[in-house]
Ligand binder design. Sequence first.
Ligand code: SF4
Ligand code: SF4
Length: 174
Amino acid sequence: MIYNVSGDKMNGKSYFIKRAYGLLGRTTPLVSDCGRLCGGRCCKGDSETGMFLFPYEEEIIKNVENFKILDCEGNFGYKMVVCNDTCDRKTRPLACRIYPYFPVITENGFDVRADIRGIGSCPLLYENVKINYAFIRQIRKIARLFSSDEELKNYINDINAMLDEIEEFAERMI
Ligand code: SF4
Ligand code: SF4
C-alpha cells in the first residue's frame, strides 16, 4: 500500500495523479491571479465543453460533487470532465492546473510546451507576460514522474503528437 504525505492510503495508479497535484500545490502560471487578465475565460465553458482527464484521474474526479464525467473524442480513450464554471480549487483536474501548458517527455529528458489548444482564448499564450518559472519547473517534474508509468507516458506522447499536428496545421494556414 502506498501512502501520501499526509498518511492517507492511496489507491492504485491514481497515486501518480495525486502526486502531480501535490507537485503543483498552489503554484500558478503567474505569480498573481492570471484570471484578472481575461476574466477567468478558461472556466467559462458550456455543458459540452470539458477538460480531458489523464489516465487514472477518473478514479479521483468521479467522486467530486458538481463534476460530470463524459465520454469524449480526441482524448485517446480517456474521458473528460465538465464543471459548472466553479469548483473548489483543491479538487480541479490536472488539465486545469497545468493550463495552458503541457508536459513533454523526450529521449533526452523532460520539457514543457505551450498548449496551442488555448491560443484563441488564453492571453498567457499571446500577451507579453512573465510566466512564473516555478510553475514551468513543476510541470517538468510531472513529466519526469509520469515517464515512469507506461500508460501515462504513452498518453503524454499521444497528446504531444496531436499538438504537433495542430501546430503544423496552424502554420500552414498562416
Ligand atoms: S484563460 Fe489563461 S489567463 Fe485566463 S484564467 Fe485561464 S489560464 Fe489564466
Ligand atoms: S474545474 Fe474549476 S478550474 Fe477547471 S474549468 Fe471548472 S471552474 Fe475552472
